[in-house]
Design a protein around this ligand. Structure first.
Ligand code: HEM
Length: 312
């Protein structure tokens, strides 16, 4: 990017922002109300609103959202780094919502619902991976212009990301501990650490469907990262010998594999972008940097769904 102090337009006057995080009161619409309005406007969008805001701003608290980007340096790339970081946090939240709901549907044996939800989760994972398209335009020199402003802030402290990893079964007591001092975040992280993951629920489903699953897999220490198991592998292998989309367990297995695949692509692109931007310098979060990321990049959430392919 060009090296000059960028023009950073203040889009919103902070003095006017309603900073309450609560949902703002709004009037409900209806087909009737919209039909009445369109008659008055002769089909042109409404432009007259009373009060100090408008319903679009209020519905999603857009003025707060667009007041939360605060570059701390004169570096040209910092705004895009902040915007993409925040976009990713929102996308992790959306992905987590789908994963928790897919898990609940599996628990209730509503497999087709879970499959539909996982289709969206996969779309999120692809979208999140594509965020690196923007971030990889940051050059080493451009990043250096604001890296010191991060202090010891690092993505490894993303509690939203940690929720996603945990619901998918990649647990870590150590990385969870980073949030222990944050009273408004820690209880949910701890709960998620101690709860069965989506995949643990899938394994219970396989057992309910009559597959012989080792008992220790149905009541294990949920705080531990999921590790491959031969009884689970045998169950998937059997399911995959009847590979057809009418076979709901096969269909579910393929959705989970696609999710794992796309999450791995996300991890891989993070690793690659980081290598391109900071080389082998240590991370801001205390790790060795690229060396540590390379290790976490090789993780697979659903290992048996990968290993069975050798024998198919
Ligand atoms: C583009 C510049 C970026 C660089 C150079 C970078 C670098 C790093 C490094 C070195 C680590 C290892 C931990 C440490 O800091 O010591 C890390 C971890 C991490 N970063 Fe980034 N990062 C960048 C952008 C982002 C963005 C925009 C996000 C999204 C919010 C992100 C999310 C994460 C996450 C979630 C981890 C922890 C990974 C895990 O636990 O498996 N990073 N990053």
């Amino acid at each position: 990017m060009p090296k000059y102090k960028p023009l950073n337009t203040q889009i919103v006057d902070p003095l006017g922002v309603n900073t309450s995080i609560a949902a703002r009161p709004m009037e409900m619409g209806s087909n009737e109300s919209r039909n009445a309005i369109v008659k008055e406007t002769s089909g042109e969008p409404t432009v007259d609103y009373i009060g100090k805001t408008n319903p679009y701003i209020d519905y999603q608290s857009i003025d707060i959202l667009l007041s939360l980007q605060h570059p701390r340096s004169d570096g040209y790339d910092e705004l895009s780094f902040i915007v993409m970081g925040q976009v990713k946090e929102l996308l992790f939240k959306g992905l987590h919502f789908e994963l928790v709901n897919a898990q609940m549907q599996i628990r209730k044996n509503n497999i087709n619902n879970a499959i539909e939800i996982l289709t969206r989760a996969i779309a999120y994972a692809k979208y999140i991976a594509d965020a690196w398209n923007v971030l990889s335009t940051i050059s080493t020199e451009g990043f250096s212009e604001f890296r010191n402003n991060l202090g010891t802030a690092s993505g490894q402290l993303s509690f939203m990301y940690r929720h996603v990893e945990f619901v998918l079964g990649n647990k870590s007591k150590r990385l969870a501990t980073a949030h222990k001092n944050v009273a408004h975040v820690w209880p949910e992280i701890e709960k998620s650490l101690q709860s069965p993951s989506l995949y643990d629920d899938v394994i219970s489903l396989l057992s309910r469907r009559g597959f012989k699953i080792d008992q220790q897999m149905l009541k294990r220490d949920w705080t531990k990262t999921y590790k491959s198991n031969t009884s689970v592998e045998a169950a998937w292998l059997k399911i995959y010998t009847e590979a057809s989309l009418d076979n709901d367990l096969y269909h579910l297995g393929e959705k989970l594999t696609s999710l794992d695949e796309n999450f791995s692509i996300y991890r891989w692109r993070h690793f690659l972008t980081v290598q391109k931007i900071i080389g082998y310098k240590p991370g801001t979060g205390g790790s060795a940097g690229v060396g540590w990321l390379e290790k976490v990049t090789s993780h697979r959430f659903f290992p048996e769904l990968w290993s069975i392919r050798t024998n198919l």
